[in-house]
Design a protein around this ligand. Structure first.
Ligand SMILES: CCCCCCCC/C=C\CCCCCCCC(=O)SCCNC(=O)CCNC(=O)[C@H](O)C(C)(C)COP(=O)(O)OP(=O)(O)OC[C@H]1O[C@@H](n2cnc3c(N)ncnc32)[C@H](O)[C@@H]1OP(=O)(O)O
Ligand SMILES: Cc1cc2nc3c(=O)[nH]c(=O)nc-3n(C[C@H](O)[C@H](O)[C@H](O)COP(=O)(O)OP(=O)(O)OC[C@H]3O[C@@H](n4cnc5c(N)ncnc54)[C@H](O)[C@@H]3O)c2cc1C
Length: 668
């Protein structure tokens, strides 16, 4: 079979790995990316990005100062968006995200919030007239916007945001104000220096009543000079763990007046006389967050996929130690411990990517329904996107760290790209709703389902139908080879269901002794566990189902990966499966053996599996993960670019170390 990943001059070990591959990599890439046409488009976009030198970095960004990074990112995003005709703009999830990943890397930039939240908010929250006015300006890039919701004092608890928007019917204006320091908007991406507009979420007051947080479009800076408008104080919040090409910012209002029609009025309205018209569903104003939570799943999967690619390729070229004495040093990928560390991360990346496709489809369905005023699926997508966001971002962050550690010392160098990947991805545990908080949103949904079941209703959404099923009392399989997909699912369902009712009963008891919020808090650890099991079950079910739709010659290898994902979950929480004698020790031992079998079977295809994700070096930006495996000369080249190496002797030498040594020597 021809293999486009093999080229002359490549490292011998990585080439041998590729020669061992037992499946058609191109076919696998097409399956992973949603079809041959999608794969073809990726290649065309890559070709374009490589051919346009202005989309590149003059030096690795790791060697740049923060100011240089911000400037470099701004330059590239303008060039990138000057050339959006290179992509199908309607395919944000596929072409848009790929084009931006190739060009911008993992640093974010002056327009990330413009595309990820500002434009989607205009699309989702404006009425037709407002949409006509604002969307064309935003798409043409005549204005650059961000999404300013979080404040210094509150990010999670939106009901306590302090920025106010008081309606004044005399002038038909809203007055925006930050009454306290903690009301300062804090965190919005590209707010500090780049954006001149923002969607600002503020507490709406009209006719003397507070109507809760609502979105407003607000001009922040003068169009020509880019200076802050009167009454507006804003700036950058300083360096962060990651995304330092982005100027996350702060913003304070001092009685700033905006026209009534700057309130986004698709769902809620304020009439000229101040009459408030409430939305059909109270959480429709939160729609942009649901959108971002949905696209985040794919983004996180790509980060974990990239980390796995880097670590697995590197483990195939790194030789250290011997398994059999005097028979030569082995590739570190041959150590079972290394496989146990890395392959589950790759399996997770697959599971998350396949879930991302599902949530994308569900999001599109919900959006379509909303255009007809149907809010039926809103609770379901809220629960699923919140749950996936939490489990996926957590596992991704842990997975990236495992990959980094598995590369030994070189994993600690920024040449590996792990610090960038981790710094970027781990933000996802916090933004768009802190993970623990979002898990509790899922738990509310699950507790309602449990209540339905207790009341004898069979009317559950498909996603939580397992809660109402009776299920088996014992796991049935005898050997791991006869452990069928449906057995795996039903065993996970058992544990997820047990956990739902454990939390439900605990909550019910607590509610008899305390008010409902205190009771909830006293059960919240169990409630979060419930949500996690629900999401893991969803991920496993979805992964296995997806594999069954793969071309037949890919199924065996993908099935090993999917089983590894499931077995890893089961064996790392074995206690849950022993409860009530549901699973026996010999069965758990079989699954444990199943893990080792999967590792062994995946081993010869490991490099080809990560190649199938189709990351170009341009996207990975990692010396350790290079396609050609020629890591050592590349590391030396990378180090030579360090700004410290511009001169043989640093000027500071003559200031500090030089005099110290000279003085010490003179005294000897
Ligand atoms: C070309 C470029 C391409 C680029 C592509 C790259 C891709 C890159 C991807 C990514 C880069 C991203 C870069 C960073 C972006 C970061 C941005 C931000 O972070 S913006 C701030 C986010 N802030 C939060 O998320 C706050 C979290 N808090 C909340 O959402 C709420 O406060 C919450 C859910 C915790 C509670 O809501 P309540 O305060 O209104 O509480 P109550 O009034 O009690 O309502 C609860 C009821 O409402 C439902 N609910 C809540 N939210 C809902 C929703 N969204 N939809 C439906 N129902 C909802 C609940 O299920 C519950 O329902 P029941 O009572 O149980 O029936
Ligand atoms: C990289 C990055 C980019 C961001 N970009 C934007 C942006 O563009 N626009 C914007 O508006 N915001 C943005 N944010 C802000 C982000 O959305 C908030 O930080 C996030 O919603 C969490 O809110 P918080 O910071 O108030 O955390 P807190 O709510 O203060 O969380 C602190 C701790 O308290 C716990 N906690 C809080 N409430 C509860 C509860 N009810 N029950 C149990 N535990 C609880 C949390 O679990 C957590 O452990 C960004 C943040 C980051 C890190």
């Amino acid at each position: 079979m021809s293999n486009r990943w093999i080229q002359p001059g490549d490292n011998v070990d990585i080439t041998n790995e590729r020669k061992k591959c037992t499946f058609d990599i191109e076919k696998m890439s097409a399956f992973i990316h949603g079809g041959e046409d999608k794969l073809q488009r990726r290649r065309e976009i890559l070709e374009y990005v490589k051919s346009n030198k202005s989309l590149g970095d003059p030096q690795p960004i790791e060697f740049m100062t923060r100011n240089e990074r911000v400037e470099n990112a701004s330059r590239k995003i303008v060039e990138m968006t000057n050339n959006t005709d290179q992509i199908d703009g309607s395919d944000f999830f596929g072409e848009g995200m790929y084009y931006q990943a190739l060009t911008m890397g993992r640093d974010l930039h002056a327009m990330s919030l413009h595309y990820v939240m500002f434009i989607p908010t205009l699309q989702g929250q404006t009425d037709d007239e407002q949409l006509d006015h604002w969307l064309s300006l935003a798409i043409a890039r005549a204005i650059v916007g961000t999404y300013a919701q979080t404040e210094l004092g509150h990010g999670t608890n939106l009901s306590k945001l302090e920025t106010t928007a008081h309606y004044d019917p005399k002038t038909e204006e809203f007055v925006l104000n930050s009454p306290t320091i903690t009301a300062a908007k804090w965190w919005p991406g590209a707010l500090g220096k780049s954006s001149n507009y923002a969607v600002v979420v503020a507490q709406l007051y009209t006719q003397g009543e507070c109507k809760g947080p609502h979105p407003f479009i607000v001009q922040l800076r003068e169009m020509d000079t880019h200076k802050p408008l009167k009454g507006i104080t804003l700036g950058d919040i300083g360096p962060k763990l990651g995304i330092n090409g982005s100027d996350n910012g702060f913003l304070l209002f001092d009685h700033v007046r905006i026209p009534r029609r700057h309130m986004l009025m698709r769902y809620s309205k304020v009439l000229p006389d101040g009459t408030y018209i409430k939305p059909q569903h109270s959480k429709l104003g939160y729609g942009t967050m649901v959108f971002v939570r949905s696209i985040m799943i794919k983004d996180q999967a790509s980060q974990l996929g990239a980390a796995s690619t880097i670590a697995i390729r590197y483990a195939s070229v790194r030789r250290q130690g011997e398994i059999i004495p005097n028979s030569g040093e082995v590739q570190i990928l041959d150590y079972q411990t290394q496989q146990y560390r890395l392959f589950p991360q790759l399996a997770r990346a697959f599971a998350f990517l396949f879930a991302a496709y599902e949530i994308r489809d569900l999001y599109m369905k919900v959006t379509e329904q909303l255009t007809h005023g149907n809010t039926e699926l809103l609770p379901e997508i809220h629960a699923l996107s919140s749950g996936l966001k939490s489990v996926v971002s957590w596992d991704t962050a842990q997975g990236i760290e495992q990959c980094r550690l598995a590369c030994g010392g070189h994993g600690y160098s920024q040449a590996s790209a792990f610090p960038e990947i981790y710094g970027y991805a781990v933000g996802g545990c916090t933004y768009e709703g802190e993970n623990i908080v979002m898990l509790q949103q899922v738990a509310r949904f699950l507790m309602k389902a449990a209540e339905e079941v207790k009341k004898g209703s069979a009317n559950l959404a498909e996603i939580c139908a397992y809660i109402g099923r009776k299920g088996e009392q014992h796991s049935r399989f005898t050997s791991v080879d006869s452990y069928r997909d449906e057995d795996i699912v039903s065993d996970l369902e058992y544990v997820a269901r047990q956990q739902v009712f454990r939390a439900y009963e605990k909550l019910r008891k607590a509610q008899q002794q305390a008010n409902s919020e205190t009771a909830w808090n006293s059960c919240s650890v169990e409630l979060c566990k419930t949500s996690r099991w629900h999401v893991r079950l969803y991920l496993v079910k979805n992964f296995l189902a997806k594999v069954s739709t793969a071309p037949s010659d890919l199924r065996a290898v993908l099935h090993d990966v999917a089983r590894l994902y499931a077995f890893d979950i089961i064996t790392s929480s074995s206690g849950n499966f022993y409860e009530n004698g549901y699973m026996r020790e010999d069965q758990m031992n079989e699954i444990r053996e199943g893990v080792y079998k999967c590792l062994h079977r995946i081993r010869p295809n490991a490099v080809s599996l990560v190649d199938s994700w189709d990351y170009d070096d341009r996207e990975l930006k990692s010396v350790l993960g290079r396609r050609d495996g020629n890591v050592y000369p590349a590391l030396l080249e990378w180090a030579k670019q360090s700004p410290l190496n511009k001169t043989e002797v640093l000027p500071t030498f003559d200031k500090y170390l030089g005099p110290m040594m000279r003085e010490a020597k003179s005294k000897l």
